[in-house]
Design a protein around this ligand. Structure first.
Ligand SMILES: Cc1cc2nc3c(=O)[nH]c(=O)nc-3n(C[C@H](O)[C@H](O)[C@H](O)COP(=O)(O)OP(=O)(O)OC[C@H]3O[C@@H](n4cnc5c(N)ncnc54)[C@H](O)[C@@H]3O)c2cc1C
Length: 403
């Protein structure tokens, strides 16, 4: 049987399974289930999470042994597509925080059998959420300048220091943190990657409010926090290699040009027509806007095709490489361009912060636009990706970037 036939069969069986198992009460609700959702909706949500976890579809490409389904990347893509067609969604990657996209793949590569056994299934089922403590007040782009210390204490390390911008730290159960284990070594050589539970006395989190009003991240303080030696990921003082790989996984997960609000069922063209009006042929009335919108849609489509081509060239396995930096920057530009265009054609209806003259979708637009500014910062800033591209892909000489 050809590969296409096998994929077509997989598509049909996936559609069938989603139809049978996705509680229709949740259709289109995605992650809007926290807080005010009815108890019955929450119960349906939990049923759906459990069904996905049992099927290994929380992290479908991971080995079955570790809670995945052992599927290929094209098969995983089919699952997402079929779910989207039926208004379904996979909550597990979101519930697991940085677990499915970043920590898990890095544990699969660098972890001991014991670490894989203890951590991966709980990530793949969406029951344990992970955050990442990398950035510090004095170490962002220049991450190797970090000063959080971990001192050898027999079976464990004693960790002291401050992390910042830690996404989801206040709601995570585990943290993957980059710490200094040898203060005398050169700055990239004395660093290790440890994993530690957040629910211990030595860890405190303080949410930071963003300009968009949301508080998705925190300052995280380690005061004599403990990380077990059994939870050192990779070798002692070799954490720089581990984190470089982890950050490639992060960029890889950010190569889709998703902008805030991109889950909207109304297409950008339809939205533009509603706000900016149409001519007698039903086309967008403003010719200049029409051209820029068409250019944006072409860029977005070309980006999507490039991501698919690179995935296909890697024979279905998504290879994480320096090319992820190119795709991350391209995805960022497209997502931010979409926010700018939307803002422009919505006019004053797109800038409302509160008030009854704005629809709910209009009020969220300005917040989405503001949140969109973060895309070129998190996961390594746009400029830093350009440095990586110039050094590791184009082979240009170093300028400001060291190492
Ligand atoms: C929404 C969001 C979520 C985040 N989540 C996490 C998280 O979960 N865990 C975590 O550890 N961190 C997280 N971060 C932090 C993020 O990784 C850092 O913000 C990022 O690496 C930039 O570091 P910085 O903020 O210290 O800026 P800086 O490093 O101070 O950079 C400031 C400016 O200088 C530019 N710059 C710096 N160095 C160079 C250079 N060599 N060449 C050219 N330009 C340069 C940068 O591009 C930027 O424009 C998050 C950030 C955001 C916005």
């Amino acid at each position: 049987m050809s590969n296409e036939q096998t994929l077509a069969q997989f598509e049909a069986s996936t559609r069938e399974w989603v139809k049978e198992n996705f509680p229709t009460t949740l259709a289109g609700s995605a992650m809007g289930l926290e807080g005010e959702a009815e108890a019955s909706t929450k119960a349906d949500f939990e049923v759906w999470r459990q069904r996905l976890a049992e099927k290994g579809w929380g992290a479908p490409t991971w080995p079955v042994q570790y809670g995945g389904a052992g599927l290929s990347h094209p098969e995983a893509k089919i699952i997402s597509q079929e779910m989207a067609k039926l208004g379904a969604f996979n909550p597990i990657p979101l519930l697991a925080g940085m677990g499915v996209t970043m920590v898990g793949p890095t544990i699969l590569e660098y972890g001991t059998d014991d670490q894989k056994e203890r951590h991966l299934k709980h990530i793949a089922s969406g029951e344990v959420r992970w955050c990442l403590g990398l950035s510090e007040p004095g170490a962002g782009s220049d991450l190797a300048s970090l000063s959080t210390k971990a001192i050898d204490n027999g079976d464990n390390f004693v960790v002291n220091g401050q992390k910042t911008w830690t996404s989801g730290a206040d709601i995570s159960q585990w943290c993957g943190a980059l710490v200094r284990t040898d203060p005398n070594a050169k700055k990239r050589d004395g660093i290790s990657f440890v994993m530690l539970p957040m629910g211990q006395a030595g860890v405190t989190t303080k949410p930071i409010k963003l300009i968009s009003g949301a508080s998705p991240f925190c300052d995280t303080f380690f005061d004599d926090a403990r990380a077990e030696k059994a939870d050192l990921l990779g070798d002692l003082n070799k954490g720089w290699s581990v984190v470089k790989r982890l950050l490639q996984h992060e960029r890889q997960s950010q190569t889709q040009a998703r902008s805030p609000g991109s889950g909207s069922k109304v297409s950008l063209q339809e939205k533009a027509k509603t706000y900016a009006g149409t001519d007698e042929k039903g086309a967008l009335a403003d010719a200049d806007l029409r051209i820029r919108l068409a250019n944006h849609l072409m860029d977005s489509h070309a980006h999507g095709l490039t991501v698919s081509r690179i995935t296909a060239e890697a024979k279905g396995k998504v290879e994480v490489s320096a090319a992820a930096s190119i795709l991350k920057n391209s995805a960022t530009k497209i997502a931010q361009a979409k926010n700018e265009l939307t803002m422009e054609f919505m006019g004053t209806q797109g800038v409302g912060w509160e008030g009854s003259s704005f629809a709910e979708s209009e009020l969220s637009n300005v917040r989405d636009w503001l949140w969109g500014k973060a895309i070129s910062i998190y996961g390594g800033s746009h400029e830093v990706q350009n440095n990586i591209i110039s050094k590791n892909i184009l082979g240009l000489p170093e300028t400001t970037q060291k190492g």
